[in-house]
Ligand binder design. Structure first.
Ligand SMILES: C[S@@+](CC[C@H](N)C(=O)[O-])C[C@H]1O[C@@H](n2cnc3c(N)ncnc32)[C@H](O)[C@@H]1O
Length: 195
């Protein structure tokens, strides 16, 4: 997609404005990364974990993906209304809001269904790390790519990355120096015993 063709210019200006005064930096950086075209999301199946405002899921939908936008039950009403208000109606059939509390009722989701798992600023509660990892492991097949954006503020953030590296092959694909936000890509580790 050429820069002049981007359907996201108004969204980009809006999110840059929001990011100046808020805590959605990680989502903004991952949205901007996706918008560069580094990854082609058209017609791909995507799930967003811990969506919060739904910004990342909205942008992935605008970039042509079929997106399941998830969060825990208490966050869904706000998330649903944000999607209704901010995603143009012609895109609604490609965006579904669904409850996903990490580690719980995972059988409601088909393992292997998703090409991409996205998460912005979801590595922040140590007590959720085991459940979050279990969720990633459950949803991720050998063709799935996980993209996580985060700031590394505390030792616990490093701890989660270590846990992730124990189960997936993990690479940093982008670092936004001005916002101090990292984007990590994780894929299933290749095991000889899988042959
Ligand atoms: C710091 S917010 C980030 C929100 C959004 N991704 C963003 O970048 O603006 C963390 C999100 O994770 C969700 N979350 C926290 N614990 C969770 C859990 N156990 N299961 C599912 N979602 C959870 C919260 O509801 C919240 O929306």
């Amino acid at each position: 997609m050429r820069a002049g063709d981007s359907p996201l210019l108004p969204v980009r200006l809006f999110i840059e404005l929001l990011a100046k005064n808020s805590c959605i930096l990680e989502a903004v950086v991952l949205c901007s990364y996706l918008e560069t075209g580094a990854i082609d999301l058209r017609e791909r199946s995507v799930i967003e974990l811990g969506a919060g405002t739904g910004l990342l899921g909205i942008v992935a939908t605008l970039l042509g993906a079929h997106v399941t936008i998830t969060d825990r039950a208490s966050a869904l009403e706000f998330l649903e209304s944000n999607i209704q208000d901010n995603l143009p109606s012609e895109h609604h059939p490609r965006a579904v809001v669904k409850e996903l509390t990490w580690g719980r009722n995972l059988e409601n989701f088909s393992p292997g269904k998703f090409d991409f798992i996205l998460g912005a600023d979801i590595i922040y509660l140590e007590e959720t790390f085991v459940d979050l990892l279990e969720t990633l492991e459950y949803l991720c097949s050998e063709h799935t790519t996980i993209l996580l954006s985060c700031r590394i503020r505390y030792e616990r953030d490093q701890n989660f990355l270590k846990m992730l590296k124990g189960h997936f092959s993990v690479h940093e694909v982008h670092y936004d120096t001005s916002k101090d936000v990292h984007i990590f890509k994780a894929q299933r580790s290749f095991h000889k015993e899988d042959l």
